[in-house]
Design a protein around this ligand. Sequence first.
Ligand SMILES: C[S@@+](CC[C@H](N)C(=O)[O-])C[C@H]1O[C@@H](n2cnc3c(N)ncnc32)[C@H](O)[C@@H]1O
Length: 283
Amino acid sequence: MTDETNMDQIEFWNGDHGTSWARYADIVDIMFDEITQAVLDAAAISTGDRVLDLGCGSGGTTLAIADKVTPIGSVTAIDVSSPMLERAQHRADAAGIVNATFVLGDASVYPFAEHSFDAMVSRLGAMFFDDPEYTFRRMVPALDSGGRLALGVWRGPSENLWAMGPVAAAKEFLEMPPRPGPEEPGPFSFADPDRVRSILGAAGLTDIDLAPLDFQVPLGRTLEEALNFAMEMGPLSAPLSTVTGDNRQKAIAAITEVLKANQAEDGIVRLAGACWIITARAP
Ligand SMILES: C[S@@+](CC[C@H](N)C(=O)[O-])C[C@H]1O[C@@H](n2cnc3c(N)ncnc32)[C@H](O)[C@@H]1O
């Protein structure tokens, strides 16, 4: 590890992208509710548990955990993103939640106390480390002996049309940045089961299992919400922020067409999402 480790991601999640995720926190929670439920079930979160929420973002999973572990359990939630953590704290305060603690920090280097958690969970927050093997090796001792790990992560891009459908339609009008390699930090870096087993196995975890979760991701309650999401938060947000004129109009029209084609009678736009729900145990 060097002083530069995770710096690109820290900058990214504290910039415009993190601000958008914070602003759309309620919609994000609707979109990824199935993952939340699957992760909490997989980790068997229940009353009294001490839980670490890794890469908690705007706190959607943290609040759900706080509710499940109350009255004597607690949840510690860590993230590098100031705007998202601010939103998380605000949401917890508004809900009167007192058993959630938010920590601004890099999970790869944060000094967690040994044996301080019964479970460690993450919804879509485990794929962004420069050196995931190092990170998990450092975090595992924070779990009590036999403690549970449950992570929701994306499978490959071709199975995740909620992200890649609009990209396929609009990319001819945009300058897309190069996609991260399969082992570089990014949403799809835990797609390969062999890689996941190798990372978690090297960290000393046992009983490693990957179960598929397939669902239709609601990209927003209306076409407008779905379009806002696609333009501000997904892989199109960066290229759309720089394109102007005719190409911008054409890109937006192409995205709108894909979203409309996937809008159901209830007005909700849904596209396929494909995850792994990863489980493991501390030795
Ligand atoms: C895709 S977002 C998911 C956020 C949240 N779990 C959710 O489902 O809404 C990924 C999160 O991982 C966080 N993250 C990335 N690298 C991190 C690190 N080294 N330590 C802690 N959090 C990190 C980001 O700031 C971001 O909030």
